[in-house]
Design a protein around this ligand. Structure first.
Ligand code: DWN
Length: 395
């Protein structure tokens, strides 16, 4: 039974950065009610009414996974570890974005699957790339042209696909008998622990836990045999899954993480209701802080036009009344406007200057990288604002 526990208001598509503020483009902005629910049967947390993927993953998809040093290094590191542990002959990535993971493997070994045509175009000259949505039809097509796959990797993608049944069945069809499926996504326990409610938006149809993935795997003839904690995106889990019939042994750290999640209450609705109360308080605190800074005539901007900040801005109803603009290093976000709140996005070279007093950390998940990079700003008295794990000023 699905129980709703969090309402984050009317939200636009997190990735729908506007090119102009013409009446037509504002009128055609798509909004939906962002409600998050918990399934008491399989412990899966999900967005109640998923948006149609065809309007999310277009040829204008904005996010480039290789935009941060942290992620470039993290993908290099995991590619090395997977190669060393499983020695795969054939590797496929579902949701390969700009190729930041696959580029760490020899070209002849890899297959990229990426439905956003603008991203698929980036990898198409380097690797065998399928510019399609992941489903049974594609799985059959790939298998016609290739041998079975030994390692399927998918970071921040499986949680984005509404049809879990088809996703897993298509993987079952193409993976070799002793092959391994490695899924990586922001973890539910981290989100609850650090109150990062902005990890909920249209693309994150599911926010997984080891408890939920274990149930899903079982249902579709797989076994979850290992889980690893990673620091990325505020705390993620990397799940290692194989066919039930294969010979990978369950690890002790899997048992440990499952126990931690049980202990935290991830199998009970009351944990989620308490989280929802903390989210409401965080909203009030953030608005009050911004109001005070505005009253003191401070110039506030936002740092990193993240999809996560789409949730924060629209839920807290904070836009141009507080932020002068948002800075972002991604070329195809620059010159555009934030979804729903219409704040201009400018390159950091232009906007991150001496006139800025406070910068809201939209990309709080790269806090370390950013604080390191912006030492000069901090030295001259510039400050950051964050809402994760609590609303506070960082100086
Ligand atoms: O799952 C998803 C995650 C992995 O990526 C997707 N559904 C969409 C996207 O979500 P996001 O936008 O919240 O992701 P990031 O990786 O937190 O975005 C960081 C943004 O900040 C990028 O646009 C780049 C920008 N940035 C910047 O301007 N200066 C990042 C750094 C580190 C910087 O120094």
């Amino acid at each position: 039974m699905k129980k709703s526990f969090l309402y984050l208001g009317k939200q636009p598509i997190a990735n729908s950065f506007l090119s102009t503020l013409s009446k037509k483009s504002i009128k055609s902005e798509y909004f939906y009610n962002l409600i998050v629910s918990f399934d008491t049967k399989n412990y899966l947390v999900s967005v109640k009414n998923p948006v149609n993927p065809k309007i999310q993953y277009t040829d204008k998809y904005a996010h480039r996974a290789s935009e941060s040093k942290t992620m470039r290094e993290a993908f290099k590191n995991i590619a090395y570890k997977l190669q060393k542990r499983f020695h795969p002959k054939k590797i496929m990535e579902i949701g390969s974005n700009d190729g930041v993971f696959l580029k760490n493997f020899p070209k002849h070994k890899v297959i990229a699957v990426e439905p956003c045509k603008n991203l698929a175009k980036i990898t198409k000259n380097k690797f065998k790339t399928y510019p399609n949505f992941w489903n049974k039809k594609l799985s059959k097509l790939i298998l016609k042209r290739n041998s079975k796959i030994d390692l399927i990797f998918s970071a921040n993608t499986i949680s984005h696909i509404p049809n879990i049944k088809e996703t897993f069945e298509a993987i079952f069809h193409i993976i070799s008998d002793n092959g391994v499926l490695v899924i990586e996504d922001p973890s539910l326990s981290s989100i609850i622990n650090i109150n990062s409610y902005d990890q909920f938006y249209d693309e994150h149809v599911y926010v997984f836990s080891a408890l939920a993935i274990r149930n899903i795997a079982e249902k579709y003839n797989f076994t979850l045999f290992d889980v690893e904690k990673t620091d990325t995106h505020g705390g993620s889990l990397r799940y290692f899954i194989c066919k039930k019939s294969s010979n990978h042994k369950k690890t002790n750290r899997l048992k440990k993480i499952i126990n931690e999640e049980k202990h935290m209450g991830l199998a009970h609705i009351k944990t989620y209701k308490k989280f929802a109360d903390r989210v409401k308080k965080s909203k009030i605190k953030l608005i009050n802080l911004l109001k005070k800074l505005k009253k003191d005539n401070k110039k506030i901007i936002s740092y990193g036009a993240t999809y996560k900040s789409t949730t924060v801005f629209n839920y807290c109803k904070i836009g141009l009344d507080y932020f002068h603009y948002v800075t972002d290093t991604t070329k195809n976000k620059q010159g555009k406007f934030t979804p729903g709140t219409h704040i201009p996005i400018v390159p950091p070279e232009k906007g991150f200057n001496d006139s800025v007093d406070y910068a809201f950390l939209g990309a709080w998940n790269f806090k370390k990288e950013i604080m390191n990079k912006e030492k000069k700003y901090l030295k001259r008295g510039g400050k950051f604002i964050t809402h994760v794990p609590k609303v506070e000023i960082l100086s």
